[in-house]
Design a protein around this ligand. Structure first.
Ligand code: GAR
Length: 198
């Protein structure tokens, strides 16, 4: 059984989807929800699910290395094997990504390699894309890079806004990320592909 940490910065809906899936024959268990934002809504949701929580506020640290040392201390104390970044909105140093290389996943709301970084929905609309989606990938030293383990895709509709795209994509993320984590923890290299195009 693998001990999984879920790192969040906000509402934590992906965290909830992952945590809820980790029961029964699932090879992982949610052992820690860690947020860099003290008021992140996901912390209350984690407590309701009886998952231990921790806050490491980046504003309490001078420099990323001190911030990440504090995160690593929490991860070590909880005996974490695998990290799922689930709406964690801080850029991690290469020291941290190297330390967790091969053991850290991220969900990103675009069809990678398209639209690394922020404002992915608006950028897909601006580009006139007919399809959009989300990707789960292994985290490497480069932002929103690393091998893609699964993708969910949907059609962009004529009347879509960035907000409507985000709203329609989120439930697909909640299917995608747990499916990828299950395969990842059982060493199943088959990519997860969810096609929700119209
Ligand atoms: C999700 O849409 C996730 O893909 C995105 O943040 C949202 C978090 O929602 N992640 C990123 O943008 C990472 N760069 P949640 O807190 O409800 O899971």
């Amino acid at each position: 059984m693998k001990n999984v940490a879920l790192l969040i910065s906000g509402g934590g809906s992906n965290m909830v989807a992952l945590a809820r899936d980790m029961t029964g024959d699932h090879p992982g268990r949610p052992k820690l929800v860690l947020s860099n934002v003290p008021q992140a809504g996901g912390l209350l949701k984690a407590s309701a699910l009886r998952i231990p929580t921790a806050v490491v506020d980046h504003r309490d640290h001078v420099g990323r290395l001190s911030f990440e040392d504090a995160i690593n201390a929490e991860l070590t104390a909880a005996k974490i094997d695998v990290i799922c970044l689930a709406g964690f909105m801080r850029i991690l140093t290469s020291e941290f990504t190297h330390r967790w290389q091969g053991r850290m996943l991220n969900i990103h709301p675009s069809l990678l390699p398209k639209y690394k970084g922020l404002h992915t929905h608006a950028r897909a609309l601006e580009a006139g894309d007919t399809e959009h989606g989300a990707s789960v990938h292994l985290v490497t030293g480069d932002l929103d890079d690393g091998p893609v383990l699964g993708q969910a895709r949907l059609s962009v509709r004529a009347d879509d806004s960035a907000a409507s795209l985000a709203e329609r994509l989120l439930p697909l993320e909640h299917r995608l990320y747990p499916a990828v984590l299950r395969r990842f923890l059982t060493d199943d290299p088959t990519p997860v592909l969810i096609d929700a195009r119209d």
